[in-house]
Design a protein around this ligand. Structure first.
Ligand SMILES: O=C(O)CCC(=O)C(=O)O
Ligand SMILES: [Fe+2]
Length: 286
């Protein structure tokens, strides 16, 4: 592991203030109208038996390349809390393997190469009939995690997108999260749990400008400023035997298009899967 490297990256909490400016965070009270949501299950999500811990001792600002603005906090969720959270989320969340068609020069059928799920609603909070799919309230554990991430990033988020890469064959191709509903300079916080995976970034205009990471369990990477506008990121496929990895991104969508898009591409039209006794089991309906 890269413990030496980590040492030289380490710095004090003051890095956070350099990155986010003076703390002006107001305690953000969740003011969702409960009638906007349905849970995918009749019973609400269980509460965890462990206490969620976070730490920002090892944090590094990375802004030495054109329009790149990152904060990289290793072991944001320290061990063994990272794996308790991984196992808990894997077992309680509803998962989807979304299928959709994409028009290029011809219509191609695509299956997203990872399991996904999503919770939240955009800032406008329309009544649920206005959305293509009913938004889902953020489960308590993810909401608690969101509050920790909000505090250290001086930002508020209204969406939690979750990916589960079951093995090395699951991946996400180069893309940027720069849709108009996220505003001009979105701040996206991305947490890794479980197996370590490569996270590759390259500049959109100059592909020789790269920034690569090996993301470990518990690591948090925050992309902000012009990063989404100017850079692409990916988690490439690997042929080696890799165990599962969960990735959680926290974002803020300002417009209903964001809600429609996130549920379309992270829940889709089913079926739903649950992770039961170490296996993904397909459910006929949710
Ligand atoms: O799994 C990751 O680290 C990246 C996920 C990602 O880029 C996304 O969901 O937009
Ligand atoms: Fe992304």
């Amino acid at each position: 592991m890269c413990s030496n490297k980590r040492k030289s990256y380490s710095s004090t909490k003051s890095n956070l203030h350099l990155f986010f400016g003076p703390s002006t965070v107001k305690k953000h009270k969740q003011t969702y109208d409960q009638s906007l949501f349905t849970y995918p299950f009749i019973d609400a999500y269980p509460l965890p038996s462990f206490i969620l811990q976070t730490n920002t001792k090892e944090c590094r600002i990375i802004n030495d390349k054109l329009d790149l603005d990152l904060l990289y906090i290793t072991s944001f969720i320290p061990s063994p809390c990272d794996m308790s959270l991984y196992t808990f989320l894997l077992n309680i969340l509803p998962w989807y393997r979304v299928k959709y068609s994409k028009q290029t020069d011809r219509l191609v059928d695509i299956i997203t190469p990872r399991y996904t799920t999503v919770f939240g609603i955009d800032d406008t909070q329309q009544s649920k009939e206005k959305y293509n799919r009913t938004p889902r309230e953020i489960p308590p554990i993810l909401n608690e995690l969101k509050q920790h991430v909000e505090q250290i990033t001086n930002t508020t988020y209204n969406f939690v997108l979750v990916n589960f890469y079951i093995n090395g064959q699951d991946s996400i191709t180069y893309h940027s999260d720069d849709e108009h509903w996220l505003g001009d300079q979105p701040c996206i916080a991305s947490l890794s749990l479980g197996a370590e995976r490569d996270f590759y970034m390259k500049n959109k205009l100059n592909e020789n400008l790269k920034q690569n990471f090996i993301l470990n369990s518990g690591d948090l990477i925050i992309m902000r400023g012009k990063t989404q506008h100017a850079w692409l990121h990916s988690v490439p496929k690997r042929t080696s035997q890799l165990s599962g990895r969960i990735n959680i991104t926290f974002r803020r969508a300002y417009l209903p298009e964001g809600t429609n898009n996130y549920y379309r591409y992270n829940v889709g039209d089913g079926p739903m899967y649950r992770y039961i006794n170490g296996k993904m089991i397909k459910h006929d309906s949710d």
